[in-house]
Ligand binder design. Structure first.
Ligand code: COA
Length: 283
């Protein structure tokens, strides 16, 4: 099947990974309404695409994104509430309805600038690998405005209160290592190894049951916002749903094989950055 025509988004599909780039490098990948519409259509397509197992969100030309387009997203819509609402809905739509709850694992790959509104799609992904020298900034306060859309909420959810207040109120820039320290990125790596490290993570994710991954990532997001009783009910329902939803039956078969003392055994390997559990069922 031929690939859809895209102007502001570039997608390269390779070995199960869809490398998805915001593609306005001359504007540091600032997000115009037209770019938002293309991202919405692109994620629709990738969620259905059977060859796509993991989606990487990145920016073309050495920068992640300079946030909302100050001219085309904000200035052009001043005094036009209907048009402004339309732009906001399409922006929030792909970032929070689609990407945040995406059925497949998503990884942000960040180099260069990640500024303001770019924190939305950055924080809406499941994992983040960033260049050590990437530059993050919640710059809004420096323009006399607030981190709008869902940026304040997503940032406050992701980090400790003091970090959220410090970076949102000061607008100070920080690098990839600081992004890991405050908890918004998994790893900071030298820029030259960024793609390699993202590929490694994507390949690890591809060894898991896709149904179990989908259920787990959505559960982790949902239970964070719940109390114990609500979470217990939710997880019970999720577990039932997984049994029905598990198209490749790996949950059932892996468990059964373990109980039957057959071939399957989860392997617990030491991992240099913590403890990683590798599921070797499919090997
Ligand atoms: N909206 C619209 N255009 C933007 C933009 C944004 N958010 N960020 C950058 N651009 C445009 C610039 O206007 C410039 O366009 P031009 O070449 O037509 O003049 C081009 O992108 C390059 O920007 P420039 O500032 O020269 O690049 P830089 O590499 O020196 O600096 C940034 C990059 C991201 C630090 C800087 O552009 C910046 O601070 N942008 C604003 C970011 C921001 O505050 N975003 C919050 C929005 S929610």
């Amino acid at each position: 099947m031929s690939e859809p025509q895209r102007k502001y988004v570039k997608v390269i599909k390779q070995d199960g990974i869809a490398w998805t780039y915001l593609n306005r490098p001359e504007k540091r990948n600032a997000m115009s309404p037209a770019l938002h519409r293309e991202m919405a259509a692109t994620l629709d397509e990738l969620e259905e695409d059977p060859d796509t197992k993991v989606v990487v969100i990145a920016g073309a030309g050495g920068n992640f994104s300079a946030g909302q387009d100050l001219k085309e997203y904000f200035r052009a819509n001043e005094g036009k509430p209907a048009q402004a609402k339309k732009a906001r809905l399409v922006s929030n739509g792909w970032q929070w309805d689609r990407l945040y709850m995406f059925d497949k694992p998503t990884i942000a790959m960040v180099e260069g600038y990640c500024v303001g509104g770019a924190f939305s799609h950055f924080l809406a992904t499941d994992f983040a690998i960033v260049a050590e020298d990437a530059t993050f900034s919640l710059s809004e306060v420096n323009w006399g405005i607030l981190p709008g859309g869902m940026v304040s909420k997503a940032f406050a959810d992701a980090v400790l209160l003091r970090h959220a207040l410090y970076y949102a109120c000061l607008g100070e820039a920080f690098d990839g290592k600081e992004a890991v320290r405050i908890g918004i990125a998994n790893f900071a790596v030298p820029k030259e190894t960024l793609e390699e490290e993202v590929t490694k993570l994507a390949k690890k994710l591809m060894t898991k049951s896709q149904a179990a991954l989908r259920g787990t990532k959505q559960a982790i997001r949902m239970v964070r916002q719940m109390g114990f009783a609500e979470a217990a009910d939710y997880m019970q329902e999720k577990k039932q749903a997984l049994r029905v939803d598990d198209a490749d039956h790996s949950y059932q078969s892996g468990l059964q094989q373990f109980l039957d003392k057959k071939s399957y055994k989860p392997v617990f390997e030491p991992f240099k950055k913590g403890t990683q559990i590798t599921d070797q069922r499919d090997k």
